[in-house]
Design a protein around this ligand. Structure first.
Ligand SMILES: C[S@@+](CC[C@H](N)C(=O)[O-])C[C@H]1O[C@@H](n2cnc3c(N)ncnc32)[C@H](O)[C@@H]1O
Length: 239
């Protein structure tokens, strides 16, 4: 059985069906893949695929063979609905990337967009490494902090988002290197995370708990309060 550890923030994302729920949104995803070699023979795994916006883009733009995995059944249902609506042959699996049901060395590319922060990072990176073919590439767009912060601030952020830790750029690099990834490249956006203009995409559930309506505001508040501290990086590396 898949154990779901969630947070009110992830509940909000799934019930509102927020697509492109990562820094830079789908625009940044498109930019990232422009410099990668993707063909119709490329197998890609979208880890924590959410409502499937990125997975759908990769299948429709490149004709790639795409699989999405997400732990949240609401996200999975919405991703499946998207693929059916656009007749895209993308396989969407409900499961945890911490203990993934897929076979070793299946994928040429694995992407995680704002997902590793929510899971057991060392365990998940071992799974991602296992799933990648030799020479395959892993791209992660993940939250970072630019400086160490005190305990009460850390608690405010981690409790709201449901994170076990907040990592600086060098912590992510250490983790990736320890897992065995090589050739780590880092992309840092100049624009602050709180100043990004992302066109949101919503796919609402029929019933949304009243307490979830305030979560977007709380997210915006935290991003503004920790402006310059909360940041993100796009890490790309190879097996
Ligand atoms: C911030 S959302 C990002 C969703 C998507 N990548 C996007 O950019 O729109 C994080 C996603 O990770 C998923 N997730 C959290 N823990 C997971 C796990 N252990 N295995 C798979 N997915 C997980 C959540 O359900 C959620 O859909």
């Amino acid at each position: 059985m898949v154990r779901i550890e969630t947070s009110i923030y992830l509940d909000f994302l799934s019930k509102f069906g927020v697509g492109g729920a990562h820094p830079g949104g789908i625009q940044l995803t498109k930019e990232i893949f422009k410099s990668e070699r993707i063909t119709p023979a490329t197998h890609i795994l979208d880890v924590g695929c959410g409502t499937g916006q990125t997975a759908a883009y990769l299948a429709s733009q490149y004709g790639a063979i795409v699989t999405g995995i997400d732990i949240n059944p609401i996200m999975v249902e919405k991703a499946k609905t998207r693929m059916a609506r656009y007749q895209l042959p993308v396989e969407i699996i409900q499961g945890s990337i911490e203990n993934c049901p897929l076979k070793d060395e299946t994928f040429d590319f694995i992407i995680s967009e704002s997902v590793l922060s929510f899971v057991n990072k060392p365990r998940t990176l071992i799974e991602i490494f296992r799933l990648l073919k030799k020479g395959g590439r892993f791209i992660a767009n993940e939250l970072t902090i630019n400086q160490r912060i005190d305990l009460s601030n850390k608690k405010e952020i981690t409790q709201f988002y449901g994170l076990d830790s907040l990592l600086m750029e060098r912590d992510w690099i250490n983790l990736l290197q320890r897992t065995g990834f090589r050739g780590i490249k880092i992309r840092k956006q100049e624009q602050l995370i709180s100043h990004q203009k992302i066109t949101p995409e919503f796919f609402y559930s029929d019933y949304i708990e009243p307490e979830l309506y305030t979560i977007m505001n709380q997210h915006v508040y935290i991003m503004a309060k920790y402006q310059g501290v909360l940041d993100y990086r796009v890490f790309s590396c190879a097996k």
